[in-house]
Design a protein around this ligand. Structure first.
Ligand code: ADP
Ligand code: MG
Length: 317
């Protein structure tokens, strides 16, 4: 398949299957055109995944496409944006039809699941790299940034943490122990918390998606907001599969491993009940404090983690 044949066979069908009136002009011209309703702002972000760095070599193309779009869409969720469309810059070592078809399937499934229309892209030859730019919208001024956390706000997270990090250890394992597939699914098929992000508009004071680990990402909120926090480590939500398969490492995976793409956000306590009605799978894990720094509370005492120390936790395991 040549470049144009490839676009026609693989990517045009994805664009057609995900088309939305907000993309006024899609694949086929020099640029795409997105119309912005009056009173809305464009929220956009780009993410690159490089083979051997962000995903393993010989990785399933269907999973790769899903992951790449999920990772990008997760940034929209963290801002509270409504997803609209994306562009895809794909660099391929060769044009392998079966690989491309599988990639197209994964892309279409994810694009439909996340309500994102494929609006255009670029296709080049080189080491396997997937770059996705996502576009979303928010009502003027309604985006949730990292910088708004205030003392006494609750620190909350969605879902369970540590599963995707644990899955990294099972990627090449066969046969898999019982329940390991639950962890692997979290790695291969992350679900950006788009519905939650939108629900948090006007309620949460700050939000971030957990891509690098809870401590690292909460650290970004604390730095941007000029505050500190205490975390009750026993309250950090762990899945039954993680507790079963990694009893010894569950806590450190949940605190330090990335790739879960859950949201961490801060919330004035008076909004907790309302947010729980909108989304039942949330947990309060701590409090924002006036003093900077992060304090981890455990049954046997407290451990202070300084703002400059967050990088220390950036590398999982
Ligand atoms: P140009 O040279 O003007 O940048 P291209 O030849 O790169 O145009 O692309 C032709 C059309 O196909 C453009 O509308 C572009 O958005 C689209 N396109 C190219 N590659 C992809 C891709 N991987 N996914 C989706 N659309 C693509
Ligand atoms: Mg081009």
């Amino acid at each position: 398949m040549g470049e144009f044949e490839l676009i026609r066979q693989i990517f045009l069908p994805v664009a057609e299957a995900t088309a939305t009136p907000a993309v006024r002009l899609g694949i086929g011209d020099d640029c795409a055109i997105q119309s912005l309703p009056a009173g809305t702002e464009l929220v956009f972000s780009v993410d690159t995944l490089v083979e051997g760095v962000h995903f393993p070599r010989q990785y399933e193309p269907e999973h790769l496409a899903w992951r790449a779009l999920a990772v990008a869409a997760s940034d929209l969720a963290a801002m509270g944006a409504d997803p609209v469309c994306f562009t895809l810059a794909l660099t391929l070592p060769s044009s392998d039809q079966a690989w491309l078809e599988a990639f197209g399937h994964g892309l279409q499934a994810a694009a439909r699941a996340f309500d994102l229309a494929l609006a255009g892209g670029d296709t080049t030859r080189g080491p396997l790299t997937v770059t996705i730019q996502v576009h979303g919208t928010v009502p003027d001024g309604a985006a949730i940034t990292r910088g708004g956390a205030r003392p006494a706000d609750l620190v909350c997270v969605s879902g369970a943490l540590g599963d995707a990090g644990a899955a990294l250890g099972w990627l090449d394992t066969e046969p898999l122990p019982p329940r390991a597939s639950e962890l692997l699914a979290r790695y291969h098929r992350p679900w950006p918390r788009l519905g939650l992000g939108k629900n948090l508009r006007g309620l949460a004071t700050a939000a971030i998606d957990i891509s690098d680990g809870l401590l690292a990402d909460l650290g970004h909120i604390l730095t941007a907001s000029g505050v500190g926090a205490t975390l009750d480590v026993s309250r950090v939500p762990l899945s039954p599969a993680l507790r079963t398969l990694h009893a010894d490492r569950a806590e450190s995976l949940a605190l330090q491993a990335g790739d879960d793409y859950e949201l961490c956000f801060t919330l004035p306590p008076e909004h907790w009940e309302r947010v729980c009605q909108l989304d039942p799978g949330l947990t309060v894990i701590g409090r924002i404090t006036r003093e900077s720094g992060l304090i981890l509370k455990r049954d046997d005492g407290e451990e202070r983690v300084h703002a400059t120390g967050y990088d220390h936790f950036g590398a999982a395991q």
